[in-house]
Design a protein around this ligand. Structure first.
Ligand SMILES: Cc1ncc(C[n+]2csc(CCOP(=O)(O)OP(=O)(O)O)c2C)c(N)n1
Ligand SMILES: [Mg+2]
Length: 347
């Protein structure tokens, strides 16, 4: 069990957290490092399969942003629910979606999470609390507030978590969600992955509000801006934020500053980014940072390589299983699409 410090100052809205010394041991962080690797390797497969024409549509990779998914989801129970957007592979895996079924969904197979109907941008697995990805930017925010309202009304003790990008904050529904979530003190954790881009447009080009956390205070929502590429920072800050939400004190906005190491979608040539910028981004890789920390704590290179090898084999095996699965029978196309009494009656 990783203990946290509760270092957040609740009502600060524009604030870089000062991390206190972690009481976690390298063994705990090794488990989370393995999860970072799992997501990175999974998305490496998605990239290769997409390049080979096996993936319908345009997958969006979270390469470089994995620490946010892993650091936040480490604190969630199966009853807690998660909503994500178009860049949601990492969130789905971190919340507990089966890797083979997730890949099968991305490949459009019948064994996929949604029987291949949804694909990369519509990963849903209610059984493990993954209530869904959506390709509609900011569309997940009111859905997550609705789930939080349901949990509050039913007094289940569960919380709702929504992952969204900095670009989503330009949508009106972002502010509508903050307004009602703050007013009704909903058990909602809003996690912004601020990677500085909305598609090919930098944040500076589309907003004068540099920090997304600045939007929270007018709605009486506490917030923090943290280094989203530091797994330990994310883990600690998420613990405190989730404690606040679970206690019944209302929503919390956690802004995680991060970097997108890949293009907006697989195939994006990124001509709008300089070589220097990409080189700087690489230095912030959350996996390399956690590895360096572990090495400084006495973990050996051999131990890290053994973990990497094991994860590599597991991911390869699970991806192979997904690729071997059959596509849905075209005759079953309407199954699971509508819950219509007329369809059920064969009308
Ligand atoms: C309502 C809506 N408008 C526009 C788009 C097209 N679109 C897809 S991704 C994207 C940018 C989103 O940026 P951000 O929220 O920062 O997420 P990121 O891609 O950086 O993870 C846009 C505008 C969309 N999918 N939905
Ligand atoms: Mg963005």
């Amino acid at each position: 069990m990783i203990k946290t410090s509760g270092a957040l100052t609740p009502r600060s809205h524009f604030y870089w957290i000062t991390l206190v010394q972690s009481s976690a041991k390298p063994a705990d962080w090794k488990t989370l490092l393995a999860q970072l690797w799992r997501i990175r390797l999974f998305e490496g497969h998605v990239q290769r399969l997409a390049a080979g024409g096996e993936v319908p549509g345009f997958p969006h990779l979270s390469t470089g942003q994995e620490a946010v998914a892993v650091g936040v989801c480490a604190h969630l129970t199966q009853n807690d629910v998660v909503f994500t957007g178009h860049r949601g592979h990492g969130h789905s895996l971190a919340k507990g979606c089966n890797l083979t079924a997730t890949m099968a969904e991305i490949l459009g197979r019948d064994t996929g999470l949604c029987r291949g109907r949804g694909g990369s941008m519509h990963l849903v697995d209610a059984g493990c609390g993954m209530l869904g990805a959506t390709g509609v930017v900011a569309g997940n925010l009111p859905l997550a507030a609705g789930a939080a309202w349901a949990a509050q009304a039913r007094q289940t003790g569960a919380i709702s978590v929504v992952f969204f990008g900095d670009g989503a904050t330009g949508a009106g529904v972002f502010h509508e969600t903050l307004n009602l979530a703050g007013l009704w003190k909903l058990p909602l954790l809003l996690v912004c992955e601020n990677n500085g881009y909305a598609e090919f447009t930098s944040r500076a080009e589309h907003s004068d509000v540099a920090k997304v956390s600045a939007f929270a205070a007018p709605y009486s929502i506490p917030s923090a801006t943290i280094d989203g590429n530091d797994l330990i920072a994310v883990h600690q800050s998420a613990a405190s934020a989730i404690e606040h939400v679970r206690r019944g004190d209302g929503p919390y906005l956690l802004e995680c500053m991060t970097v997108r190491l890949a293009g907006h979608y697989v195939g994006d040539q990124q001509q709008y980014r300089s070589k220097e910028e990409l080189a700087e981004a690489l230095k912030k890789c959350p996996i390399e940072r956690l590895k360096s920390y572990l090495l400084s704590q006495g973990v050996t290179d051999d131990e890290l390589m053994a973990i990497a090898d094991q994860i590599k084999q597991e991911v390869q095996r699970d991806v192979d299983a997904a690729r071997a699965a059959a596509a849905p029978d075209p005759a079953s196309f309407a199954e699971g699409v509508y819950a219509s009494p007329l369809l059920a009656a064969g009308c």
